[in-house]
Design a protein around this ligand. Sequence first.
Ligand SMILES: NC(=O)C1=CN([C@@H]2O[C@H](COP(=O)(O)OP(=O)(O)OC[C@H]3O[C@@H](n4cnc5c(N)ncnc54)[C@H](OP(=O)(O)O)[C@@H]3O)[C@@H](O)[C@H]2O)C=CC1
Ligand SMILES: O=C1O[C@H](COP(=O)(O)O)[C@@H](O)[C@H](O)[C@H]1O
Length: 583
Amino acid sequence: MRLSTVSKASGSVVGGARPVSSVRVCRVGTPQTQPAYQVTPRSIRQSGRTAAVSETKAKEISKAAPVPVPDLQAYELPLEDWTQSALSVCVVGASGDLAKKKIFPALFALFYEGHLPKASVGVVSVYFSIFGYARTKMSDEEFRAMIGSNLSCRVADATDCSRKIEEFLSRCFYQAGQYDALEDYAALDRRMTAAEERFKRGDRVFYLSIPPNIFTTVAASASTAASSKSGWTRMIVEKPFGRDLESSRLLASELYKHLAEEQIYRIDHYLGKELIENLTVLRFANLVFEPLWSRQYIRNVQVIFSENFGTEGRGGYFDQYGIVRDVIQNHLLQILALFAMEQPASLGAEDIRDEKVKVLRSMQVVKLEDMVLGQYRGRTGKGQSLPGYLDDATVPPNSITPTFAACAVFLNNARWDGVPFLLKAGKALESRTAEIRVQFRHVPGSLYHDKLNLAADAASNELVIRIQPNESIYLKINNKVPGLGLNVDTTRLDLSYDSRYQTHLPDAYERLILDCVNGDRRLFIRNDELEVAWEKFTPVLKEIEQRRVAPELYPYGSRGPVGAHYLAAKYGVRWGDHNPEDL
Ligand SMILES: NC(=O)C1=CN([C@@H]2O[C@H](COP(=O)(O)OP(=O)(O)OC[C@H]3O[C@@H](n4cnc5c(N)ncnc54)[C@H](OP(=O)(O)O)[C@@H]3O)[C@@H](O)[C@H]2O)C=CC1
Ligand SMILES: O=C1O[C@H](COP(=O)(O)O)[C@@H](O)[C@H](O)[C@H]1O
């Protein structure tokens, strides 16, 4: 068995590859019993900084109940001792859309696949617990009914499936509470402590699935009143991480009052997608790709996100952010960073994130003249009526928030100098897709130019990494058409996941929650990555707002504004996703 070293301050795995499921890395605080219950602000216990939640409030709940106070010194725990540790996952904002749609189903899938800790210690047979926390009043039973309606099993064994669902739901509990009320978190803490009581330690994950305006309130209150006293406490924070450089810095400094960086897991769920996980494998484990991965052979790179539906009820949130903040500055930029980075020294989280930061730092600040903005309008026809963005009741009338954006960005480094990276994202377009397209240079002095009967661009190789749907990787090549004579056409070397792997692909949230439990921070955003990402986009976002740049309207279900074609043409590029063969 391999044991990784663990940072004392944080519980994060240091310098090792991602722990595989059979290798658990644990930290243990040896509990020392203390007579009076004492709520010490998290900041004082962990980092010596001042807590925002007052000492008076902390004292109020100090009276609640006696609990052990930990010695936070960490040490490694052998695999067999995992039976001595309980895991509690608390989803704050449990009544919300993301929690119901993604987080609880992901937790169930992890349980179903045997990734949540499970063993017998005396009479206790299951030692993970899931807690929901939100203001909505619900009993445990109502909560179970709410999440149960969204659960399904991958393996079509109906009996096993309903048994597993029941087993999972029996470990789910709900605590109603206000987001700023320490006494409500103290009540949650008591329930968590009760679930952990037969174990030497209890580790806790808080998943903050809440609107951004209450992130810091929740981080403060939860860490003050409901941090683990005997194990680690980690918080998964959902985007948006601010709306520009200043607000992102403010958010970080507020979080640091209560949490160490190592406890903060900033989630970008695109990093948990299978094909994104595979990007570094494709590049660094195959000799055929890495030597071509530069300006010498690559003409341009396109990172494309499109959805065939509009804001549909999320307009209230969306209108304050727009597509650049919602998708481009995070999901697409993260993909770009992984795509373009140099080979990291190891697969360790810090080495990978160091390389991503270097790429982002080498990126030129995005310019307004290299950006196209659009907003979808309603469309009627073919017996249906599709609403425009402004028809969404949650969107302010006359909003000019872009629902589509495309931009060209450049990296000032030796590998990528002069290569346009085109990023494009839009809602209410003709299809739902996310992909990376790598267009290679033309074959010099092509012998077969006449036989192909195609323009040089159309005949050049293109590598497509389709993130979703129908996950696949294909390389467009020129090939002799079988038979007599010499005809050449363009075809594909095709790795379609559906036909190659008869396995269900895990949802991104599953992978990321499991990584957080395992203390693997590789797929989470480090604060300096976030800062530099905002540095590159904040000036243009401010300019758009100050100048009130009007978006170009495009019909719901179309390919987006025509301006995107002109932007690509400015750099001699054609969007690869507009080729009918590729749809
Ligand atoms: N939904 C999605 O597909 C995605 C969401 N995200 C991010 O995840 C987080 C959660 O998203 P989502 O579930 O859609 O959010 P919701 O708007 O559904 O909010 C989650 C819960 O927070 C509480 N809440 C809502 N508004 C307020 C408010 N103004 N003040 C206090 N509490 C409030 C509600 O619970 P109660 O009233 O019971 O307290 C609600 O059920 C957000 O940060 C979002 O940006 C990220 C990617 C995708
Ligand atoms: O983060 C977000 O992502 C979703 C798209 O996620 P996907 O995994 O379904 O592709 C997007 O709809 C949403 O606007 C955005 O906030």
